[in-house]
Design a protein around this ligand. Structure first.
Ligand code: CA
Length: 698
């Protein structure tokens, strides 16, 4: 009996110590991988001199004179520089540098850490207090754990205690991920398996579809309510998830399976497709559109390497996107054509090897682009059908301070003398149910029933491979300002051709009814008479006037600005133009031969592309349309696309942009044979409401 008990005790002891050793190994692996990630940030040749400077400027109390520790600024919060300095010092102390294991540096680190603990600086922005600081502290302590001569445990313990800020369970989306990241640091530092289990579950929880904030069922990303944030908060989501996934790889906490697939699908098929080469679509940045250099994504490389490390199955894809974003290959490199309408987010991506043409809309289900924290102060018209047209990629890079903000490319607005300040902050809910798109993954149509700021307009975009047709109808406004539809407002590059005549920069030209204008490789074609204005003058603006968190910095340059003037008090005005990103001398003839605008009214907008054998239509109300020999009646508002119209079996793609309908009836009658058929459509519901469905019709 006695012996049996002893054996059990021994086995239990062995088992427990083995398990403990395993847990410790796992946490050590995680901390090593965290350190390995940050170690890359330290370049010893460059930083050695920097350390000398930090040491010589560190005051006896452990502070730096040039940091305002009492500052509480919301966006650019000065005190965080203290922890950034400490991180560089810790990396020098631990890693391969002449400061490795240096006593003076160690004492300085301890002194500065002690100062931070005692001072405990706070920002008015909760994000700094509950995310930024605890993350910095966790990273610092993990880096310092790698040293032979560790910092005093009492100091470490009190700083770990200080990390206990932010509630993982109260946050959602990108914010939850950020809080969970420092929980994981703390769990590793304290070898707390229970805390690690729950934190890992929470850190990967945002990689799940939600109808609230976060990753949407259409693979878009929304935050601050139903607001498009594919970059901005979506970028924080990608960066954070891959970062943590890289820390946790090769351990039992590693990300895999369906969640890894979802994360990579978002990064590759949503986020990366909203980039052209190394520059993002201005529509995906949220209020960050007003920040300097925001569209430049050359820094994407580090994150792409992390993704490739975590998701090795997609290596070819990662290599292709790396080469496109770092400029080593052309923006078209291994880029396949695709078309996606994000029915949760009211956003459309049309990606072609030669160009991107994306549209941002809004409905009463989503929010307009936000202004807040003093940022994006005059961006109130951004979601009214903004069209991002990129060929090279840098067409809009840092143009925002000089933009005339009531002439956002693609939008129809009142033309004010001055920029209009946003008065509703953090996103204003849209007013109309009708905003959506139909797609077969290659082609599509999107449409937006606009009613904002006293302007109504029915705006639609018909996407093919060489061109995008932009239609507007039912444009009304009772206010005093002229109403304009802006075709583009991008940096002026090279000469402009107006029907073959070269136009030099520097002026404003009114052209009554041009048939085409070409600039920077992109052709703009007018298939009906339009009163077109072109400005090429130098525009100047200060970043500060669009973003009060940005230092005063003037930007200027010549701008290609092309718009249609519908005049003041328009009644049922309309427009039609075609954007051809790689136009040549045959384009006009090709368009005339292949493209037909069949309808452009406030009831129906309809375009046929003969070469592709596609007919696309937007029905703002129940209507009857004719496609070849068929007369098609539909009893619900919808957006549709019919392919193979000449064949016996046609492909009809249909979507409900109002997301209110459950069922519809399509009646197809042949006007030659009088034969007719009736099809009942069951529109997708719930999380798929607004998605396209295919009906094969005869
Ligand atoms: Ca104006």
């Amino acid at each position: 009996m006695k012996r049996i008990i002893c054996t059990t005790c021994l086995l239990l002891t062995l088992f427990t110590s083995n398990a403990l050793a395993q847990v410790k190994n796992t946490f050590d692996t995680i901390m090593t991988q965290v350190y390995e990630q940050y170690r890359k940030e330290f370049v010893s040749e460059k930083e050695d001199g920097y350390i000398t400077k930090l040491l010589s400027t560190l005051q006896p109390d452990g502070s730096w004179e040039d940091i305002g520790y009492s500052k509480t600024d919301i966006a650019e919060w000065q005190p965080i520089a203290h922890l950034d300095h400490l991180k560089t010092m810790a990396l020098a102390y631990v890693g391969k540098s002449k400061w490795h294991d240096d006593t003076e540096l160690r004492n300085a680190i301890i002194n500065a850490l002690q100062f931070w603990y005692t001072k405990d600086p706070h920002s008015k922005n909760w994000w700094h207090n509950e995310i930024d600081v605890p993350q910095h502290l966790g990273e610092l302590l993990i880096i310092l754990r790698q040293s032979k001569n560790k910092i005093p445990s009492t100091l470490e313990d009190s700083l770990i205690e200080r990390m206990k800020r932010g509630d993982i369970y109260k946050q959602t989306g990108a914010n939850k991920l950020d809080v969970a990241t420092h929980y994981i640091y703390r769990a590793a530092l304290t070898a707390n398996a229970g805390l690690m289990d729950s934190s890992v579950k929470e850190v990967f929880e945002p990689i799940s579809f939600t109808d609230k904030e976060g990753l949407q069922y259409d693979n878009s990303f929304m935050q601050h309510g139903k607001q498009l944030q594919i970059s901005s908060y979506g970028s924080v989501f990608i960066g954070g998830e891959y970062k943590v996934a890289a820390f946790l790889r090769n351990t039992r906490y590693a990300l895999g399976g369906e969640q890894l697939k979802m994360l990579s699908t978002y990064y590759l098929n949503t986020y990366m497709k909203a980039l052209r080469g190394g520059y993002s679509d201005f529509n995906i940045e949220g209020r960050g559109i007003s920040r300097v250099d925001m569209l430049n994504k050359k820094h994407e490389q580090g994150r792409l390497k992390l993704a490739a490390m975590v998701d090795q199955a997609n290596n070819n894809e990662w290599e292709a996107v790396m080469a496109r974003t770092n400029g080593k290959q052309a923006p078209s490199f291994k880029l396949k054509p695709s078309h996606t309408h994000f029915y949760c987010a009211d956003y459309t991506l049309h990606t072609q090897p030669d160009y991107s043409f994306n549209v941002r809309m809004v409905s009463n289900r989503t929010k307009r682009t936000e202004s807040g924290n003093g940022e994006n102060l005059i961006g109130k018209f951004l979601p009214d059908g903004a069209t991002n047209i990129q060929v090279k990629g840098d067409e809009y890079y840092n143009i925002m301070p000089v933009w005339e903000w009531d002439k956002i490319p693609g939008t129809t607005e009142r033309d004010y003398a001055d920029d209009q300040l946003t008065t509703v902050f953090w996103g204003e809910v849209g007013s109309m149910p009708f905003a959506g798109g139909v797609s077969d993954s290659s082609y599509g149509v999107s449409a937006y029933d606009m009613n904002y700021n006293g302007v109504t307009a029915k705006k639609s975009w018909f996407f093919f491979d060489k061109e995008v047709v932009c239609l507007g109808a039912g444009i009304n406004c009772k206010e005093v300002e002229s109403i304009t539809t802006t075709i583009n407002q991008c940096w002026l590059k090279g000469a402009i051709e107006v029907e073959g005549d070269k136009v030099k920069g520097g002026g404003i030209i009114s052209s009554e009814h041009p048939s085409w204008i070409r600039h920077d490789g992109v052709g703009y074609y007018f298939l009906e008479k339009e009163k077109v204005f072109l400005s090429t003058i130098k525009q100047t603006g200060d970043w500060y006037h669009i973003n009060h968190s940005t230092p005063k910095k003037v930007q200027s340059g010549e701008v290609f600005k092309l718009w249609i003037n519908h005049g003041a008090n328009p009644s049922n005005a309309h427009y039609a133009y075609v954007v051809v990103p790689n136009a040549n001398k045959n384009t006009l003839d090709d368009l005339k031969a292949n493209l037909k605008i069949i309808a452009n009214t406030e009831a129906v907008q309809m375009v046929r592309n003969e070469a592709l054998d596609i007919t696309e239509a937007v029905l703002y109300k129940p209507a009857t349309i004719t496609v070849g020999e068929e007369v098609i009646s539909i009893d619900k508002p919808c957006i549709l696309m019919i392919r193979d119209t000449q064949k016996a079996t046609k492909k009809l793609y249909i979507a409900d942009p109002t997301q209110l309908e459950t069922e519809g009836t399509i009646n197809i009658a042949n006007h030659k044979t009088n034969a007719s058929k009736v099809y009942t459509i069951h529109f997708p519901k719930g999380n798929k409401a607004g998605a396209s469905i295919l009906v094969e019709v005869e």
